[in-house]
Design a protein around this ligand. Structure first.
Ligand code: NCD
Ligand code: ZN
Ligand code: ZN
Length: 437
């Protein structure tokens, strides 16, 4: 089966390609990129007219909470992967802070088999660093890796013990497994619910000082440097963290890092409404931190943009700010927020922004995704980067609609998403552009 996606602006950050043309897919793989109209479609080829749209590798999101098993009232593998597809995301790495946690072979296999049966995008389960996420003893990393796990994390909780974190890096290092540590020093972050700045003080919210995040990042960078092992730092949110990661990279430390779209779009000024949808961990910082995050993305200090998609039910958000569960449902807004905050503002080219959502996260996870190279899996997003739209939380495909971006006017509309050459999402208005010859 062949598919022609024609008349597009084809962008493949992995090869630096950005030009008008056609993308050909065959039997679930990328066949080739050709100049527009270079070859005509044959009988039985599917044709998608992507005039005016961008065609790019499907987005790779290396930090997503799918909530299954155990919290299916927030999200499931089925609903979360559908939300991903609606956001142009074709591969997700899902965090193991589920109930039970993904810390053993049986649970990894359960997630993989559900993903195969009910998921519409590729799912890469991240397993726990420690058994039960308790920070006491290491999980069976070799066994987990043999089942297909690419990374380990106790996300939501830090590995508090420096000794255990050092062992984790060494064991994972031997297996070339990626360690992602939720960087938070609990004795400093305590019961803080907002960035410890002027706004939190004014509003009477208990604060999370930057040091509460940065001390743990400093520790982990020292351990990664000493052991020579790979470390990935999730949800980077402060200027100090960017500076330390930049310095560590310059010294050759094997560290990669991500930030999330909400840190690019929000500052702590937005706390003024007490909207619990703004409550997220780590908290949204000040404008000066946001500027440092953008500079970090521009100079490559921050490798990837990941959503930290953290769905929560209404029940967990409709309460006073300090008691609300932290997290933002992000899969369906990430591309638009990146287009609006980075690309439309001229801070980053479309190709470079997409690199941080495709080739870079795929390289961090060491998965063969995020490229339109011939022979690659035909995972593709088709989107209009210029379209203006108003975010409608109530129309989310995700089971949860905890977003601070409801009613925001943004740029960018996903028109269709393909996984292994199959259309897994399309905008109803775009349907007519998809046809058989
Ligand atoms: C995440 C969650 O809800 O699981 N919440 C969040 O605010 N980011 C946990 C996490 O990513 O640390
Ligand atoms: Zn976390
Ligand atoms: Zn997370």
């Amino acid at each position: 089966m062949r598919t022609l996606i024609k008349n597009a602006r084809v962008i493949d950050p992995a090869s630096g390609h950005d030009a008008p043309g056609d993308l050909w897919l065959e039997d679930g793989k990328v066949l080739e990129i050709t100049p527009a109209g270079a070859r005509a479609a044959q009988k039985n080829d599917a044709v998608i007219d992507a005039a005016g749209a961008v065609v790019a590798p499907g987005l790779v999101d290396l930090h997503v909470h799918l909530r299954e098993p155990g919290e299916e009232y927030k999200e499931t593998i089925a609903s979360g992967t559908r939300a991903a597809a609606a956001g142009g995301v074709t591969s997700v790495a899902c965090m193991p802070n589920t109930h039970p946690p993904i810390d053993n072979l049986a649970t990894v296999e359960m997630v993989l088999s559900k993903a195969k049966q009910q998921g519409v995008v590729n799912v890469y389960p991240i397993a726990c660093i420690t058994k039960g996420r308790k920070g006491e003893e290491l999980a069976e990393m070799g066994e987990l890796q043999a089942a297909g796990v690419k990374a380990v994390s106790d996300d939501g909780e830090p590995v508090a013990s420096p000794m255990l974190m050092r062992s984790a890096l060494q064991y994972a290092g031997m297996l070339d497994l990626l360690v992602i540590n939720h960087a938070e020093e609990k004795s400093l972050t305590g019961n803080g619910v907002a960035h410890a700045g002027f706004m939190a003080a004014k509003l009477g919210l208990s604060g999370v000082p930057r040091s509460g995040l940065e001390i743990m990042i400093a520790r982990d960078l020292l351990l990664a440097e000493e052991t020579g092992c790979r470390l990935h730092i999730p949800h980077v949110s402060t200027a100090g963290a960017v500076r330390m990661i930049r310095e560590a990279k310059a010294r050759g430390v094997k560290v990669t890092a991500e930030t999330a779209p909400h840190y690019l779009a929000l500052t702590d000024e937005c706390l003024a409404t007490y909207d619990t949808n703004v409550r997220v961990n780590p908290p949204v910082p000040e404008a000066s931190d946001q500027a440092a995050l953008i500079a970090g993305l521009q100079d490559g200090t921050l490798d990837a943009i990941a959503t930290d998609h953290a769905p929560h039910s209404r029940r967990e958000k409709e309460m006073e700010f300090a008691l609300a569960a932290p997290g933002i449902s992000g899969l369906e807004t990430s591309l638009s927020l990146v287009l609006t905050t980075l690309v439309a503002t001229g801070k980053m080219s479309l190709l470079e922004a997409l690199r941080r959502m495709t080739a870079n996260p795929a390289a961090i996870l060491k998965i063969p995704k995020g490229t339109l190279a011939p022979g690659a899996d035909a995972d593709v997003v088709i989107f209009n980067p210029e379209a203006e739209r108003v975010i409608q939380a109530k129309e989310f495909v995700s089971q949860s609609n905890n977003t601070p971006f409801d009613q925001w006017q943004v740029k960018g509309r996903v028109l269709a998403t393909l996984v292994a050459g199959q259309v897994v999402f399309f905008d109803p208005a775009f349907e007519g552009k998809i046809r058989k010859v």
